[in-house]
Design a protein around this ligand. Sequence first.
Ligand code: ANZ
Ligand code: ZN
Length: 828
Amino acid sequence: MDSKYDPRVIEKKWQTLWTDRKYFKVDEDSDKPKFYCLEMFPYPSGKIHMGHVRVYAIGDVIARYKRLRGFHVLHPMGWDSFGLPAENAAIQKRVPPAQWTLNNIAAMREQLKAMGLSYDWDREVTTCLPDYYRWNQWFFVKLFEKGLAYKKKSFVNWCPSCVTVLANEQVEEGKCWRCETEVIQKELDQWFFKITAYAEELLADHDRLGKWPERVITMQKNWIGKSVGAEIDFPLEGRKEAITVFTTRPDTLYGVTFMSIAPENPLAAVLSKNTPQAEKVRAFIEQIKKQDKETRTSESAGKEGVFTGAYAIHPLTGSKIPVWVANFVLLEYGTGAVMAVPAHDQRDFEFSKKYHLPIKVVIQSPRQIFSEDTLHEAYVSPGMLTDSGPFNGIPSEEAKGKITEFLVKDGKGKLKINYRLRDWGVSRQRYWGTPIPMVYCKECGVQAVPEDQLPVLLPTDVPFTGKGGSPLEESREFSHTRCPKCQKEARRETDTMDTFVDSSWYFLRYTSPHSESHPVDPKKAAYWLPVDQYVGGIEHAVLHLLYARFFTKALRDLGVISIGEPFSNLLTQGMVIKDGAKMSKSKGNIVDPDYLIDTYGSDTSRLFSLFAAPPEKDLEWNDQGVEGSHRFLNKVWNVYYAYQELWKKTASSAQSSTPEARVLLRKTHQTIKKITEDMEKDFHFNTAVAALMELFNTVTDYISRPATLDPGVLKFTLRNFVLLLSPFAPHIAEELWESLGEPGPIFDPGVNQSWPSYSPKALVADEMTIVIQVNGKLRGKLTVPFDAEQESIKQSALADSKILEWVQNKNIVKVIYVEKKLVNIVAT
Ligand code: ANZ
Ligand code: ZN
């Protein structure tokens, strides 16, 4: 041990040793219970940022802690390495995407290694390499064979200038994020995964999850958006067909005063044909097509519409109801048509006011009688039915069932459950992604690429022009192929898969990353799965976490794995904030992890990020905090350095003769208890680190009085302190451990070092008796813990009932404390 704490030297030393001896490499053969600890893998943008430091430090603490708790821990790392930035780099810098990506991975791998993270690097998974993406293709084909991958026309956000599809997130206020051209809705042939087939199971299985943030579950529930209601048919006047609507409020059926259909609904054009309205309707549809759906259907958006010229017939009253086209009705939800009840639906209410359509109250509030004139907004709460024929006087909740039943008997409607969840569109007109393994043959139609011809490799002869469209179309060699069935000339699918496909199963691949015959080796997967603890950002609450849950269920049904839920427990860490905003390049408030690690070392960086906030809360950056963590580690180092000679002739001892040593012992046991509880319950790393600092204060206090020093007890405390510190600041912990001469290293699986345990008996305090005097005369006695603070002893003395009598009606001038002996109260 050097006299000076130099993280650069010791961190390199221990990282090399851990790596060379493969301490964190695991197989499937152990008597210990397994624990699979996983953090969301990064996109290799080129450099790690503080957000990475935070999430990977959290994961590493959990992994190391669980090892010390006797678990056989799988802790892997990899790269989510397909995606648009590589393509943009290719356009801007003329580097091939593969080269750009692999260089970035190499650089980031070194940065992660410098953090001292306990990964089994032999299991590294890189999604942009054929040994990984071939299985994306394999899954695609299997899903296609089961009808869970299919192609259909659908409307997508389209930038006419970039000639490409945009994700919803890439549309900003209706404009393209890249060129600010107005985005239009374009109908394209796209591949979909049928996630809706699992909607009910995805919802129901929320109950089977372990510790997941309530917020994430709520967001998923809203995203899936289950609605129970009815489908009701409204015959069209003078036509054979009917408009079918989906409603969650069949109780309001008598309040329908018009119908609204989506502009994309083909009926819109059909119904207005040959009416004076035809041209108006056509123009309106064109205008709405230009708006993005998010804006158009938001609550605050203006309600707009146009009359089609056609009428529907009310299924119960037989009255004539005008059919309108309205901007807020979506084609993809329900039936793309709505029965409008302006008295009880706010959007319909606003629409009616704007276009002077009648409003008919059919649910009466128990508190106030509303009529068309007194209603200033829709009445949406439950109430009693009125103006509803035979259903008058029935409570609205009950009427839902009654009216539906009535319609069903009459063949005019049926019960219906709807989900907001849509099938997952996976086609991307991009280069840097997994080629979709499909072939189009003029004779045989759509054909899957046979298994023995996988992987379909990404071609390298593709020019990057930035013009948009599918870059793979530009590769002649790629797009021209032969039909797997008839061998005639055929065309390959030139779209690639959404990169969310890659991250939907990487956690499965980690269990057997080198398997060439299977996506996952069934035995190994059965041993490791599910992930026991998953750690990642809340921004993935819906898409990634829902897709991964869907994939797990679909792959279970394909017989690939046997579990149905991938992540037993989920921890979502907060953001790293500086000067009130999330750290980002554009805000210019970035702290570079490289600088931090070079200046202070990885242990300080980790300790600070764990200490500064509970993991699920945002972490406010603070330079003094970093300095403070660094000073703490220095202080610790100096104490161990000062005593290292002593340890050679001293054994650790949990027995003590002196009361002072017993105070230290008790504090040690209390700290072990406290930190263990913090780790087990919601991972309260910040309070765990605070407890460590507190224990160390007791240590420095203790050694400041060398006369009463018991070296055995001190060694006992310092030994436990290192173990408690080791998940947080592993490098310095190994070094300190070595200085104690204990069998090590701590993280050598062969040493089998375990997390300290406390003795409940040792938590009880020694007590002492304090004499209480009033004006120098003995008036009482007090029993207090041996390490009670002066202030609390004085307070107890003053509150003693006997003493109160003696000082009654007197003025307390002074309270004198003689350490561990007496309290004298001076009163006049
Ligand atoms: C009549 C009605 C009366 C409605 C009332 C509501 C209140 P959730 O709960 O989200 O499922 N709706 C149906 N399909 C629609 C579409 N494609 N685009 C826009 N709106 C649509 O909402 C179901 C309700 O949303 C349905 O119930 C329908 O309006 C509307 F007092 O029908 B309701
Ligand atoms: Zn063919």
